[in-house]
Design a protein around this ligand. Structure first.
Ligand SMILES: Cc1cc2nc3c(=O)[nH]c(=O)nc-3n(C[C@H](O)[C@H](O)[C@H](O)COP(=O)(O)OP(=O)(O)OC[C@H]3O[C@@H](n4cnc5c(N)ncnc54)[C@H](O)[C@@H]3O)c2cc1C
Length: 401
């Protein structure tokens, strides 16, 4: 039985562990956080990621945890609707296989789907990697030295495995000129259930979304060319306050809520572009390999697709890991490139930098409600142009696409 160390228990990591077990591998998951992360932000989930979740038997639980958003509404300083559209267009484009859910809920469901026998190590991380002829020698910060047949980095945009095996993040990161922050609070008095509200001023956007259990999520996307980020929670809050100083709509109340939050997501909006997603016995999946950025609205699904395909190709190659890694890349490379190009085109739409840009964006959003317009404008980006192979999961796959 082959052993695989997977770094990161987000979306890609648990998905890979789930399918590797079915292929007869023995995965170990190491996660830097002391426990599964909670909260964060909401994601839209559809396409082939949705299909994989179905193959994992997760759709009923995803449906219970998720939200069927009815409307995206852009509001002015006084909260009046200036543009927006009913999200039925997405149902039409995806055959009603579209749901919004908290990222950490998806992560938890994927994690719970893994077999009880999977070894999971929290509060630890890989600090050194050395590839030998027959295995990879890994040093864990707390767990010391161990050997695995293969190592997979599923540790996100700021992947440590990528840094250790391929080089510094700066060699692969393309900053898209925006930053993102998100936090949730309990008991915010305005709700607007199943409606995603957005208020945009030049170069800064605030989103509000009502979550289950009386919680409310706030998301911020703002123009930022520097790409340098404060490290501490206090500095991040103060940076956010600086960026939104003088902002209108509900900013004064949201700023009060920000004072009380103790978990703030704060990062730059970037993509990762690499010539290769594997090197010897080490491979990358999900954001670690090819982060498309939040702008693509599909990073979680892509993380799951990459995990599924890598596990499937390992099953099919019956131990010939180089063949599997090559096949994994060959199958996904052009598909991911297209998703990254789509996201680049779309990036400025979230927080246009000028008043004219804002006006133009709102006209485009209005056009979404015209019959057929949404399909014309985003159908290409929403539809997945990839056939998901039907791998056989007994470790000796020879068949199918
Ligand atoms: C605001 C926002 C909105 C988004 N909206 C959408 C959306 O609508 N639809 C969508 O599909 N996607 C969306 N995304 C993108 C999506 O969240 C990511 O693409 C997805 O989470 C990538 O999954 P992953 O498993 O590769 O990485 P992650 O989910 O980032 O998981 C990485 C894991 O690795 C762990 N880790 C990090 N470093 C180490 C280390 N050194 N050692 C061990 N573990 C480590 C982390 O703690 C984490 O658990 C959005 C992202 C943002 C920021």
């Amino acid at each position: 039985m082959k052993t695989v160390l997977i770094s990161g228990a987000g979306i890609a990591g648990p998905t890979l562990a789930y399918w590797l077990e079915r292929a007869g591998y023995a995965p170990t998951l190491v996660e830097r956080a002391p426990a599964l992360r909670r909260g964060g932000y909401v994601i839209d989930f559809w396409g082939l990621g949705y299909d994989i979740a179905e193959r994992m038997g997760l759709l009923p639980a995803i449906d219970r945890a998720g939200y069927h958003v009815r409307e995206l509404r852009i509001v002015d300083d006084d909260g009046r609707r200036v543009a927006g559209f009913g999200t039925r267009v997405f149902d039409e484009l995806t055959g009603s296989r579209f749901i919004t859910l908290v990222r950490s809920d998806l992560s938890r469901l994927l994690y719970e789907a893994m077999s009880d026998s999977t070894e999971v190590i929290f509060d630890d991380e890989i600090v050194a990697l050395e590839e030998q002829t027959e295995h990879v020698e890994v040093h864990l910060r707390r767990g010391g030295a161990r050997c695995f047949d293969l190592v997979v980095g599923a540790d996100g945009l700021h992947s440590q495995v990528r840094r250790l095996a391929f080089g510094p993040q700066s060699a692969f990161e393309r900053h898209l000129g925006y930053g993102v922050a998100a936090f949730e609070v309990h008991g915010y008095d305005r709700r607007d259930e199943n409606t995603y509200l957005m208020h945009t001023e030049p170069g800064r956007m605030i989103g509000r979304f009502a979550l289950h259990g009386g919680r409310t999520l706030f998301v911020f996307i703002f123009a930022d060319d520097a790409g340098r980020w404060p490290a501490t929670l206090a500095d991040q809050k103060s940076r956010l306050r600086d960026i939104y100083r003088g902002a209108r709509w509900e900013w004064p109340q949201i700023a009060d809520a920000l004072d009380c939050c103790d978990d703030l997501y704060f990062d730059r909006v970037s993509q990762i572009k690499m010539d290769r997603w594997s090197k010897g016995r080490i491979a990358l999946i999900g954001d670690a390999a090819f982060c498309v950025s939040l702008v693509a609205g599909q990073g979680s699904a892509l993380a799951m697709i990459s995990a599924y395909v890598l596990a499937g190709e390992l099953a099919r190659a019956a131990g010939r890991y180089r063949d599997a890694f090559n096949a994994y890349e060959a199958r996904l490379r052009s598909y991911i490139d297209a998703k990254q190009r789509g996201a680049e085109r779309f990036a400025a739409a979230f927080a246009p930098r000028t008043s004219y840009g804002l006006w133009f964006r709102n006209q485009v959003v209005r056009a979404f409600s015209w019959p057929g317009a949404a399909k014309l404008m985003v159908g290409r980006d929403i539809t997945d142009r990839l056939d998901l192979p039907d791998y056989r999961w007994d470790g000796c796959d020879t068949a199918s696409t």
